[in-house]
Design a protein around this ligand. Structure first.
Ligand code: PEP
Ligand code: MG
Length: 883
């Protein structure tokens, strides 16, 4: 087998496409050599060596040693130097390089091959003894640190003491003779720490470094990093051995890093730093302040040191040519390392540069304009989740954060406001023109008006699908949920976190993208939805198959979603409309009614209000389909809890308070989420669903008469477990539709379908599809019922499950594709076997999660539905899944 691949001097055994075999660094070095760029020659030990090493009890393949020898020999010929030759020594760098960049691993050893004799040779050859000894002491430090595990600090301390004794402040004050003295001390320190001397044979040094790279693949940091980013251990790392070039050979030498575009804004223009007379690690180590690459950058930063463009114009010119070659070749923004040795440019690395969401968007769109990439490629270049950063105001990076506490990043964006603890108070203060942040232990449907009035919401309890999180995402309000350190004292009007007290009315800032709660008012940056963003969205829409709808019920949210490109409503939760101040009394009256007659009377008060709500939605959505779900939550959720509320309701209904409480008590259930809710209410109280159906159909006829556009309703029955439930309810709803038609002379356009939220419904989808014209997967409840895991309480111990890796991700955030996903697959297959044109969608929170959206594409759903602010993310994710 071939274990070693050579590169350099205009050719290479490997190429860009060999990343799996040569690692990212090795493949790109080979590619740059092929492009004729100035790459110091070298060779790469493949990732297969690493895999073989671990498969064979940390032993190398038999033929590796001879292949490395042959590689060295060829390298010596290319550069005209010999490894270990005291007169004309070849020195090399040894670097790790996996397929994906991995910060947890051994990185680099420079100047390998130096010992007392070769250091003299290097001094002679370069005519600069100080340079040779400086390189030697760097080698001992670095090799000891990364290969021998003698910490860097050992040498730092010796150096510091050495300088103190002589009143030096800078390393540059140390003479060649003094470095020589220090090197003796360094070697003694290593001998002392290890019990054996520092290796002097260059071949021993080389195998030591190679062994250290392969071993670092299994160190704790690397293992943790792989786990975090889903990198399989089987990939292995490659090792790159490359002839040294020296950036520390005097003032015509330098080393630097550069981006071909600005990685934070995406602006065209080179961006980077360099250091004269230095080696690679000096830039990163931050010992000296690097100089700017370009004049523009220097002027912008007001830097007094000359830029590379000014200090080394000729080499800078070459470097710019290389940038252009690389960008044109790789068709992406590059992140580059280079060295200048006595006026000569050398390329040490190139890779696609990491960037912010803003930069990713700008670079992708600019590159399409420059005809470097296609529209489809641009769509693939932007991570959908990262759009979140662009859709909401965010905290200015330069702002200094005073973090009070941290919870879950439940709804993205940032906002500042005064602390309030009560929904009514929030609404009241907002009306007076204050910006407020609602801080609560948890929220319930009764707090909706306060949440709407608030700039952001913080809760001490609850997970990513808690009421607060779901509603806040829907409204586009930033939210931090489950900030467990917060202790609220309502009487005192304060909350406390680890001894720190914040009073009602004090200004705080919520960062829903990180989960942080900050003291004070932060500096913000506004989102930009036109320009590049709009262009990318047009291309995404061209590429995708699935439709994207929204979960929304208030006219404001529906309007926002439409502006974000929603193609319909996938879930209108009608119960959210029951809490508004003008109707909660009638709703309560309906619930408390003794008999059907009483209920019908109360419902007749609610009907016109619901009809207006629906009409408003149809007006905004025009002919886009609107899925309206009939009442879902258990009735006791609507009943008064506090004495004050009880009193108010008693007055309104004329019922004695005691009877009221008695009724509320009788409605209480020990397991309400598995209780009298969803279609079960419709079965017991047909008049409720009939009223809602009538409100929908009448609203349709009103809007049609008014606008001439035919609204499209999809009436959705929640929590169906058995086909018969749907069969019964469908007959009743159809009867209402016929009545409305005969009364108004207009036939409403509608479908009747169901949510799939229970495992039984998924399994019996073939029966259910007999009566359903569409299915919408309610994956919040389906996850809850499949796992038997309460969506409202799981937050309390979910962290333990993630920690123990029982769950890879929160199943309420990213769909459990194995378990819940299997039920969806089954339901899709069985449902379509009964009804070929069954319309299929998803309306759980997963409808806005890119990984879950990919799954929806794979199983062939017709649409996904998500909260308004996630609509653009879903459009992009759906496009990427289709490409
Ligand atoms: C669901 O269960 O996934 C759903 C969308 O309904 P809700 O969140 O209102 O229970
Ligand atoms: Mg549900």
């Amino acid at each position: 087998a071939k274990w070693v691949y050579a590169f350099g001097a205009g050719s290479a055994d490997g190429a860009q496409g060999d990343k799996n075999l040569l690692g990212g660094k090795g493949a790109n070095l080979a590619e740059m050599a092929r492009l004729g760029l100035p790459v110091p020659p070298g060779f790469t030990l493949t990732t297969e060596v690493c895999t073989a090493f671990y498969e064979n009890d940390r032993a190398y393949p038999d033929t590796l040693a001879e292949q490395v020898e042959a590689g060295l020999k060829a390298l010596e010929e290319k550069v005209g130097k010999t490894f270990g030759d005291p007169k004309n020594p070849l020195l090399v760098s040894v670097r790790s390089g996996a397929r994906a960049s991995m910060p947890g691993m051994m990185d680099t050893v420079l100047n390998l091959g130096l010992n007392d004799e070769t250091a003299e040779g290097l001094a002679e050859l370069s005519g600069d003894r100080r340079f040779a000894l400086d390189s030697y002491r760097r080698f001992i430090t670095m090799y000891s640190d990364v290969v021998l595990e003698v910490p860097h600090s050992t040498f730092e301390e010796l150096l510091e003491r050495f300088k103190e004794d002589r009143d030096y402040t800078l390393d540059t004050e140390i003479s060649a003779e003094e470095w020589e003295e220090l090197i003796v001390e360094y070697k003694a320190a290593v001998h002392n720490a290890l019990g054996h001397p520092f290796p002097t044979d260059p071949r021993d040094q080389l195998w030591g470094a190679i062994g250290a790279v392969f071993s670092s693949w299994m160190n704790d940091r690397a293992i943790t990093y792989r786990r975090m980013y889903d990198i399989p251990a089987s990939w292995g790392t490659a090792v790159n051995v490359q002839a040294m070039v020296f950036g520390n050979m005097g003032n015509t030498s330098a080393t630097g890093v550069a981006f071909t575009r600005d990685p934070s804004t995406g602006e065209k223009g080179y961006y980077g730093e360099f250091l004269i007379n230095a080696q690679g690690e000096d830039v990163v180590a931050g010992i000296r302040t690097p100089q700017c690459l370009t004049k523009v950058m220097r002027e912008k930063m007001g830097d007094s040191q000359p830029s590379m463009e000014e200090a080394m114009p000729a080499v800078y010119g070459q470097l710019v040519d290389v940038f252009d070659t690389l960008e044109r070749h790789y068709r992406d923004m590059q992140d580059i390392e280079f060295t200048v040795e006595q006026g000569r440019l050398w390329m040490l690395q190139t890779r696609n540069g990491k960037r912010t969401a803003r930069a990713a968007l700008k670079i992708a769109v600019d590159m399409v304009e420059d005809k470097l990439i296609s529209e489809e490629e641009a769509v693939m270049r932007v991570e959908p989740g990262a759009l979140d950063q662009l859709l909401h105001p965010t905290i200015d990076e330069s702002y200094e954060r005073d973090v009070i506490t941290k919870g879950l990043p439940a709804s993205p964006g940032a906002a500042s406001g005064k602390v309030v603890f009560d929904a009514d108070e929030a609404e009241h203060m907002a009306k007076l023109g204050d910006k407020v942040i609602l801080v609560r232990v948890e929220t319930s449907p009764e707090d909706i008006h306060g949440m709407h009035a608030a700039q952001a919401i913080v809760t001490a309890r609850g997970g990513m699908t808690s009421h607060a999180a779901v509603v806040a995402r829907g409204m586009g309000r930033p939210c931090v949920s489950g900030a467990g350190e917060i202790k609220i004292n309502l009487e005192a009007g304060t909350f406390t976190v680890r001894g720190r007290t914040i009073k009602q009315g004090e200004m705080i800032t919520v960062d829903g993208s990180t989960g942080e709660v900050l003291a004070g008012e932060a500096k913000m940056i506004k989102p930009e939805l036109t320009g590049d963003f709009a262009s990318l969205m047009v291309w995404a829409d061209r590429a995708r198959r699935m439709k994207v709808r929204t979960n929304a019920e208030t006219p404001a949210d529906v309007q926002t979603a439409k502006e974000f490109g929603a193609e319909g409503i996938g879930l209108c939760r009608t119960e959210h409309m029951f809490f508004d101040a003008d109707r909660i009394a009638a709703v309560r009256e309906m619930i408390l009614a003794e008999d059907q007659q009483g209920r019908v009377k109360a419902l007749s008060k609610i009907l016109p209000m619901q009809r207006d709500d629906f009409a408003e939605i149809f007006r905004i959505m025009e002919d886009r389909p609107c899925t309206i779900r009939l009442l879902d939550p258990p009735l006791h959720e609507f009943l008064p809890h506090t004495d004050e509320e009880v009193k108010a309701v008693a007055e309104a209904t004329g019922l004695p308070g005691e009877a009221l409480l008695e009724r509320a008590r009788s409605l209480a259930e020990s397991n309400p989420m598995l209780g009298h809710r969803g279609c079960r209410l419709g079965i017991t109280y047909p008049e409720i669903y009939e009223m809602q159906a009538r409100a929908i159909f009448e609203a349709q006829t009103i809007v049609e008469k008014e606008t001439g556009v035919k609204p499209v309703a999809e009436v959705m029955i929640p929590l169906v477990a058995v086909a018969k439930e749907l069969e019964i309810l469908k007959v009743r709803i159809e009867a209402v539709a016929r009545q409305v038609e005969s009364e108004t002379g207009t036939a409403p356009v509608y479908l009747i379908g169901t949510m799939i939220e229970l495992p039984r419904a998924a399994l019996r989808a073939n029966d259910i599809a007999k009566h359903a014209e569409f299915f919408s997967f309610g994956t919040n409840d389906l996850t809850q019922t499949t796992f038997g895991l309460s969506r409202d309480d799981a937050g309390r111990f979910l962290a333990d499950y993630l920690e123990a890796q029982i769950f890879e991700k929160d199943p309420f955030v990213s769909l459990d594709q194995d378990g819940v996903g299997d039920l969806i697959r089954i339901a899709v297959g069985r449902g379509r076997s009964t009804r070929e044109n069954l319309k299929l969608g998803i309306c759980g929170e997963h409808g806005g999660d890119p990984a879950s959206i990919r799954f929806c594409e794979e199983v062939g759903l017709d649409y996904v539905s998500c909260s308004p602010y996630r609509v653009p993310i879903a459009r992009l994710a759906a496009a990427q899944s289709a490409l």
